[in-house]
Ligand binder design. Structure first.
Ligand SMILES: [Zn+2]
Length: 213
């Protein structure tokens, strides 16, 4: 495992992309934690998966961003330090200025370092499959051609699969990567009350499934 890309946030926290070092691989799979700063579960789960990972047995290259929003994590806010919801800041066709401060997507698309970091990774690595961790809805949401994979992951983790989250998400990462770039992307909405040990029991098989996508 190596650090293959970094960026700095407004508050000078590093955002880190980790990459497995296997030379032979079929596909590239991306795992993302802490898109929203007050949803820290994904980072703990990614770190636990990495700790137990045997790189010699991998069929795919794996990429990990354990924490996309370290400023928000420090501040315990959904948004980053500029009060921007990163999951509304992507340059999608449906991007618009959102007045609700809870979902403020910035003054313009890709105004935020975290969003640009993410978009660069999509362009450079062209992942075949993406798993992004959120909370607290306890559903397997998907964008792009990921219907069958969402059903499988739902079966593995015990949360229902749901294609439409029920409200519009202009400038979301799911729209950017899934809808507009046709990359299958799963947004796994975890419980915020379950312990990390219990969440790990739910998601260990999900990691293994995605790693072998
Ligand atoms: Zn979220």
């Amino acid at each position: 495992m190596k650090i293959s890309k970094t960026a700095l946030t407004k508050n000078n926290n590093p955002i880190i992309l980790l990459e497995t070092e296997n030379k032979n691989f079929k596909k590239t799979i991306l795992f993302i934690g802490v898109f929203h700063g007050d949803e820290p579960q994904g980072e703990a789960l990614i770190k636990r998966f990495i700790k137990n990972l045997d790189e010699t047995k991998l069929v795919n290259k794996l990429l990990f961003i354990p924490c996309l929003n370290p400023d928000g994590k420090d501040l315990n806010t959904r948004q980053n330090a500029n009060r921007v919801d990163l999951n509304r800041n992507f340059p999608t066709q449906n991007w618009e200025v959102v007045q609700n401060p809870d979902y403020f997507g910035g003054d313009r698309p890709e105004s935020e370092a975290e969003t640009r970091f993410m978009a660069e990774i999509i362009e450079e690595y062209k992942p075949s499959f993406i798993l992004s961790f959120h909370a607290p809805f306890e559903i397997v949401n998907f964008d792009g051609p990921a219907h069958i994979e969402a059903e499988k992951i739902a079966e593995l983790c015990g949360y229902p699969s749901q294609g439409d989250i029920g409200y519009s998400t202009p400038g979301s990462f799911g729209t950017y990567a899934g809808v507009e770039r046709n990359i299958p992307i799963i947004t796994l909405e975890l419980s915020e009350t379950e312990s990390i040990d219990d969440l790990w029991k739910r998601t260990e098989k999900v990691f293994e499934y995605c790693a072998q996508f």
